[in-house]
Design a protein around this ligand. Structure first.
Ligand code: ZN
Length: 621
């Protein structure tokens, strides 16, 4: 028994030794391979006079919407390259005609190359960019008459659907600083995503360049392929991206928002997937394909179409924020839903009054949400800040601040969209600095009761609030890219973030939102215009002060009430009451998403929204 054990141990050792030798051998082989390859590469680089590198550009990944529709594709275009060293005397007129340019254009280019001949050496220069196939074909037929000139295939972006220029972003040529940022990846003449999804997913989309190597003969003409193409590297296409966007709804939202300044964000509550994100006025996709040509026009536009209001504009939320204060009051136990508070055109304090519109009084919580009563929510905020549980207003305020942050406000949500803004929720320290420690109380910050004052939120924040309410207490960070075979998204986009308010409290607020929409005209409900039979929309209007002219019109809603499929936030600058513009726009978007078509009866409203032009109300400087 013992001998056998030793034998088997010995053979085990033998096996290990053999394995070790094999590994060493493999490493050595690998090294030889690497040395040879590197050697060859070195030779290729060093002997640039006889080698010609032909860059093979990869096709950029395609961008899809959530239903598999291509929203950004590729089409073929051609660059015309010139290798000045190879050029022989040629018929300038014939070439200019074929390329559709003036003869002087070609003469100037050739003169320029001649001046810089030392620097250029044997390199090829891009003389013309992104020619459409029909122009290139004219050139290709006569190319043999023009040694030193050749076409190079490039794929450029193509936009089959008008699905949001700001969202998709643009691709343009890299500059020196961009090349330096990522050494070895880009070179002059390459393209890269600069904004939107194109920028956010650049590393997935770009793919890898390849090259074909050719040899020159003694007359500087390209003759053969180096080593029969053995040393060539093929281009690797970029990964396709599947977005969370519903292209049809995105496009529809853009049509509704045309000639208005503002933003629309729609989210699938359960997943945090962004269904549509509109910033108006935005960049039209027709400009994206050749952004260089339109760049100065875009930059000069006083309405700043490049600015993505959905994630970069910080606004006071207005009355939609009453939901937040209501939920906090419920959780703290300082708000009893059945408790009625009076409102006679507002909430008086000292010699002041925070005004409200005309409505019946007193109201309970559901009615106060349904009618958007300012006075009621002053009581709600007062009771939160004067809660005896806390020894000071400051302590109660800090708790309020924690609740608000737990709903995603006052910070970047962490979406996968570039340049997201964090907004602002004031801290007790901020008021201490202004009024001194202990020098402020509820009435000092009374405007926070109705979402005014120092609060700044983005449309993405309020859409996320709406999704949180729809989910009865949690949100998933809003995002625009989905998992797909080639691209895995960050796991954080699958996690639920629970707020500090219990699920059971949300039901009480939702009842008020349901009644705001579904109580019928004349009931006092502020959002009756949003009601669609069978869709069970729950919503909250908002009208937020805008120091530059008319109030901003705000509306958030989700539908259906149970198992919600969509949560929407609409923010229209200088559009007055929430119910006038934001509310119909949001409800049309919900209808489009859930039913794919707009009811005949609602067509006049659709028409009115699309035709409405509010641009003259917006001050641009
Ligand atoms: Zn009121």
């Amino acid at each position: 028994m013992r001998g056998n054990k030793e034998d088997s141990q010995q053979s085990e050792r033998g096996k290990k030794l053999l394995l070790g030798l094999v590994v060493v051998a493999l490493i050595l082989l690998g090294k030889i391979f690497v040395i040879q390859i590197l050697d060859d590469r070195y030779k290729i680089d060093a002997s640039n006079n006889s080698m010609v590198y032909d860059i093979v550009y990869p096709t950029r990944g395609v961008i899809y919407d959530r239903n598999g529709k291509v929203i950004v594709g590729n089409k073929v275009a051609y660059d015309i390259l010139v290798t000045p060293k190879e050029v022989e005397p040629f018929d300038t007129l014939l070439l200019a005609d074929a390329l559709g340019v003036d003869q002087n254009f070609i003469r100037d280019k050739m003169a320029d190359y001649h001046r810089n001949r030392k620097r250029i050496g044997y390199q090829s220069m891009i003389m013309m960019k992104q020619l459409p196939p029909e122009v290139y074909m004219r050139f290709a037929e006569i190319e043999y008459k023009f040694p030193g000139f050749k076409g190079q295939v490039r794929s450029i972006r193509d936009y089959p659907i008008n699905a949001g220029g700001n969202l998709l972003g643009y691709v343009s040529e890299v500059d020196e600083s961009y090349i330096k940022k990522d050494p070895g990846v880009y070179r002059s003449g390459d393209y890269a995503g600069k904004t939107g999804i194109e920028a956010a997913r650049e590393t997935d989309l770009r793919g890898e360049k390849g090259y074909h190597i050719y040899l020159r003969n003694s007359h500087n003409q390209i003759q053969t392929r180096y080593k029969n193409g053995e040393m060539d590297r093929e281009a690797v296409p970029g990964h396709d991206i599947v977005t969370t966007i519903d292209a049809e709804v995105q496009q529809y939202g853009q049509e509704l928002m045309q000639n208005k300044v503002g933003s629309v964000v729609a989210i699938e509550p359960e997943t945090g997937e962004i269904l549509a994100m509109i910033s108006s006025p935005g960049i039209d996709v027709s400009m994206l394909a050749d952004i260089g040509k339109h760049y100065s026009e875009i930059i000069k536009d006083p309405y700043k179409p490049m600015f993505n209001r959905a994630v970069q504009a910080s606004y006071p939320p207005g009355s939609v924020f009453k939901l937040v204060n209501g939920l906090i009051g419920l959780q703290e136990g300082t708000l009893v839903p059945s408790m009625r508070y009076p409102c006679y055109r507002g909430y008086p304090y000292g010699s002041h009054k925070l005004g409200c519109h005309q409505h019946r009084s007193p109201l309970d919580l559901e009615e106060a949400i349904m009618m958007s009563c300012n006075g009621y929510f002053c009581y709600v905020m007062r009771n939160i800040l004067e809660n005896r549980k806390y020894s000071t207003t400051e302590e109660a305020f800090n708790k309020w601040h924690d609740y608000v942050e737990s709903m995603g406000f006052g910070q970047k949500l962490g979406s996968d969209f570039p340049a997201e803004l964090g907004g602002n929720i004031p801290t007790s320290k901020y008021y201490d600095r202004i009024y001194g420690k202990g020098g402020w109380k509820f009435t000092t910050v009374i405007s926070l009761s109705i979402g005014q004052g120092e609060i700044g939120v983005t449309p993405l924040h309020i859409a996320n609030l709406c999704a949180t309410v729809a989910n009865r207490g949690y949100y998933v960070i809003p995002h625009i890219v989905k998992d797909s075979p080639g691209v895995k998204i960050d796991p954080k986009y699958h996690q639920r973030h629970y707020t500090m308010v219990d699920t059971t409290q949300y039901r009480k607020v939702i009842n008020g939102m349901w009644r705001a929409v579904n109580s019928g005209f004349g009931s006092g409900g502020t959002a009756s215009i949003a009601a669609i039979p069978g869709l069970d929309i729950c919503g909250k209007t908002g009208t937020a002060q805008n120091p530059r002219g008319e109030d901003n019109s705000v509306f958030i809603c989700f539908a259906p009430r149970n198992h919600p499929k969509i949560a929407v936030a609409v923010y229209v600058e200088n559009a007055g009451f929430g119910a006038t513009w934001a509310c119909p726009i949001a409800s049309l978007l919900v209808e489009k998403y859930l039913r794919r078509t707009i009811d005949e009866k609602r067509k006049p409203m659709e028409e009115k929204m699309m035709q409405g032009n509010l641009m003259s109300r917006v001050k641009t400087n």
